[in-house]
Design a protein around this ligand. Structure first.
Ligand SMILES: Cc1cc2nc3c(=O)[nH]c(=O)nc-3n(C[C@H](O)[C@H](O)[C@H](O)COP(=O)(O)OP(=O)(O)OC[C@H]3O[C@@H](n4cnc5c(N)ncnc54)[C@H](O)[C@@H]3O)c2cc1C
Length: 262
């Protein structure tokens, strides 16, 4: 089974996020870049399926990011991916979700795969819109929130998490899956994996290789960020202590009733 896993490179989630007031874009310089944490779950799913497929299994990691971040992909190779492809081009700067999905889909069309695994969300922009857009561009069935995946008779049987529990669905291949965080904790890269990753290939591709019909970057974006604001600061909480006795219990009860929780 040939698997491609998309991985976005994002600013370290533990670092404070800053927006450039001029460009209204997230400041991505001066902070460490890492693999989007949700994509590590997607990669774990890909690597698990690869192991089950034995010699037929192969995982390629794909990312669209500036060329300067190329080496960040080495971690995915250390975790066990076979190779990586980076779509990098200065003209992609300023791409919104539409332009991103359009360019990523065009680059993915050049890769040969049975299964495309996409993280459900990113830590920085968090629209969750890219997987659906990719499925639409590529004409693939899209199964979101997969928590268990089994290859059965050339198809996939997938348990997908829902608010009410889970569903079991079957899809023919090729298909696109997004993974739920309950799929399983991403593995750590072993020392052997880290050493082996140094020799693995990270191929780069540029817009000229894709022969796109429509513009990307700011010119090809259909949305514009008009304004932004930090979340409103939380009000001071009300503290009820054991010493408040019956009056404290009444305060808690009134609070829950106000919120329609009792
Ligand atoms: C007007 C505008 C301008 C923007 N300009 C820039 C800019 O200059 N630079 C910039 O970095 N961002 C820019 N962004 C943000 C950028 O458009 C989004 O980060 C991008 O579309 C992905 O959306 P998301 O992060 O919400 O992905 P989601 O839909 O939340 O991601 C879901 C999954 O899709 C996959 N995925 C998403 N993006 C990529 C990627 N790049 N490579 C591989 N897989 C991916 C991952 O597997 C991820 O888990 C801009 C946004 C707007 C609205």
């Amino acid at each position: 089974m040939k698997i491609v896993v998309t991985v976005k490179l994002v600013p370290d989630p533990s670092a404070e996020k800053k927006i450039d007031p001029q460009t209204k874009r997230l400041v991505r310089t001066g902070v460490e870049t890492v693999l989007n944490p949700y994509d590590e779950y997607a990669l774990e799913a890909g690597l698990t399926l690869k192991e089950r497929a034995g010699a037929q299994g192969r995982v390629t990691v794909f990312s669209m990011a500036p060329e300067s971040l190329k080496e960040t992909l080495r971690k995915a190779l250390a975790m066990g991916a076979d190779d990586a492809v980076l779509l990098a081009d200065p003209a992609l700067e300023g791409s919104d979700v539409w332009a991103t999905a359009y360019a990523v889909a065009a680059a993915l069309r050049k890769l040969d795969f049975d299964l495309l695994i996409v993280g459900g969300l990113t830590d920085d922009s968090s629209t969750g819109a890219v997987p659906g857009a990719l499925a639409e561009h590529l004409g693939l069935p899209c199964i979101t929130n997969a928590r268990k995946i089994d290859a059965v008779d050339g198809a996939l049987e997938v348990e997908r998490e829902t608010d009410a529990g889970y569903q079991t669905v079957r899809t023919p291949l090729p298909a696109l899956l997004t993974t739920a965080l309950t799929f399983g904790e991403p593995r750590y890269a072993s020392l052997k994996g880290i050493m082996g990753a140094k020799k693995k290939t990270i191929a780069t591709t540029a817009l000229a290789d894709l022969a796109l019909e429509l513009p990307v970057g700011a010119a090809g974006s259909k949305t514009q960020l008009r304004s932004f604001a930090p979340p409103a600061p939380r009000g001071k909480g009300r503290a009820v202590e054991a010493a408040d006795g019956a009056a404290g219990a009444r305060t808690i009860f009134e609070f829950l009733r106000e919120k329609k929780l009792v």
